[in-house]
Design a protein around this ligand. Structure first.
Ligand code: RTP
Ligand code: MG
Length: 146
């Protein structure tokens, strides 16, 4: 199966609790390579644009307030079947329904403060990666020669 890329965010509740390293260890131990990564403080316009598909939902303003409340870490993850596999590793939006081995099961504080984001489709992965990264900022390692 060819390598696929997905887009991830370590959200404000996690950066605030110094969980970036711990979450990255889980990501890497589950067969993903972090091929792009940057710590940013999102502007309101950036957060609104990123979550534009949710703009008519009642939680939209609270979601934007939360996403601009502290710095986040934006990432490009690479691996086989990365989009589906990272969603599985994250666990469901509602962490009370998330398994103990998932990132949200381990780290989420609430429905909103659920520690991580991951793209939910190939089209969204492409849009979200392009929203925060240019191609020259994404740097996979060269495979070792046999
Ligand atoms: P994400 O986009 O961040 O990966 O999360 P998701 O697909 O699991 O969930 P989605 O439905 O896309 O919602 C985006 C984020 O909005 C916050 N949220 N708050 N009822 C609420 O208060 C509520 N519902 C969702 C969460 O931070 C969720 O991840
Ligand atoms: Mg979503």
């Amino acid at each position: 199966m060819p390598l696929e890329r997905t887009f991830s965010i370590i959200k404000p509740d996690a950066t605030r609790r110094n969980l970036t390293g711990e979450i990255n260890a889980v990501i890497e131990n589950n067969g993903f390579a972090i091929v792009g990564q940057r710590r940013i403080h999102m502007s309101r316009a950036q957060a609104e644009g990123f979550y534009r598909d949710h703009k008519d939902q009642d939680f939209f303003q609270a979601l934007v307030d939360y996403m601009v409340s502290e710095p986040v870490v934006v990432q490009v993850l690479e691996g086989e079947d990365a989009i589906k596999r990272y969603r599985a590793l994250m666990g469901p939006t509602d962490a009370t329904k998330a398994g103990p081995d998932t990132l949200r099961g381990r780290f989420a504080l609430s429905m909103r403060e659920n520690s991580v984001h991951g793209s939910d489709s190939p089209a969204n992965a492409q849009r979200e990666i392009g929203y925060f990264f240019s191609e020259v900022e994404i740097l996979p390692c060269t495979p070792e020669k046999p």
